[in-house]
Design a protein around this ligand. Structure first.
Ligand code: AMP
Ligand code: MG
Length: 269
């Protein structure tokens, strides 16, 4: 998945990345991708069992995207084979009064995954250098110094046993228009429409600039960023599954050995 990984010290060059790209699965189409995803869901489920059994490491998956970028759909699809008991999904919205009374990492640190578990962040501390920057919720010197805090925070998580992967689901402005229209037209989707989303849409270029700089400043070996093309949902799901599978495989997990000789036992009738 090096195709979509942003190397330390490099900018993602978002304007040059095609959100409709399907390079990782050129030979597939939506209609023929089902079995491939099913196979990856199984693989992910097996790796999650191993993570749990190993008990010494954890995985944190940070998902960021513009509205309608597919964070919810990715979580639903990619994790549908995994034991729900081993996964904690946390969404981060507009901070509450209590959250605002603390530093901006307080609310996220409380939800980082315990050993053996997978934690998924639907939005994250990156909002504190994205919306906070674009909507001018805090002045520039305040959000700008956060890049260094975030790098140090994520390095600490990695040092203590948490593998951290950060994924930007990269959709085009045209695709967002279609998805927002669908929310208005389909009664089963309209609950997701938020008039405030039009404000962020109007600031598209500012958001892309904020993502560009945040990703460049915070992509590290300990906590890499991936920019995943997300206009095609089926390709997005396969790529995200691959990133998680690769990450879990690289963690060198193992089933603990029994602390007794299993041949000493016979189960009575
Ligand atoms: P949703 O993901 O649709 O539930 O929307 C959550 C909203 O909360 C988005 O508009 C985010 O921009 C906003 N949000 C998340 N984190 C922050 C933050 N730290 N400061 C301000 N707004 C935030
Ligand atoms: Mg929303």
């Amino acid at each position: 998945m090096d195709l979509y990984r942003i190397a330390p010290g490099t900018a993602p060059a978002l304007v040059d990345r095609n959100p409709r790209d399907k390079t990782a699965y050129k030979d597939l189409k939506k209609a023929t991708s089902g079995p491939t995803l099913a196979q990856k869901q199984k693989e992910l489920a097996a790796l999650q069992r191993l993570l749990w059994a190993d008990g010494s490491r954890s995985l944190l998956v940070v998902l960021q995207a513009m509205d309608t970028g597919g964070k919810d759909g990715t979580i639903r699809k990619v994790f549908s084979g995994v034991n729900p008991q081993g996964v904690d999904v946390t969404g981060f919205g507009v901070p509450t009064e209590e959250e605002l009374a603390h530093d901006y990492l307080w609310r996220v640190h409380r939800h980082t995954p315990a050993k053996g578990r997978i934690g998924v962040f639907n939005r994250s501390h990156y909002e504190d250098v994205l919306v906070v920057r674009v909507a001018e919720i805090a002045p520039e010197p305040v959000w700008r110094r956060r890049y260094d805090h975030i790098v140090a925070f994520e390095q600490m998580l990695a040092d203590e046993g948490t593998a951290v992967v950060k994924i930007m689901l990269h959709i085009s402005k045209d695709e967002q228009k279609e998805r927002l229209e669908a929310r208005l037209e389909d009664p089963s989707k309209s609950y997701k429409f938020n008039p405030g989303d039009l404000k962020s849409r109007a600031a598209w270029a500012e958001y892309m600039a904020a993502y560009e700089e945040a990703i460049e400043r915070t992509t590290t070996d300990a906590a890499p960023w991936f920019v995943v093309p997300a206009d095609r949902k089926w390709h997005r799901n396969l790529v995200v599954a691959d990133i998680l599978i690769d990450t879990l495989k690289a963690m060198d997990l193992s089933y603990p050995e029994a602390e007794f000789d299993v041949t000493d036992f016979a189960i009575p009738d």
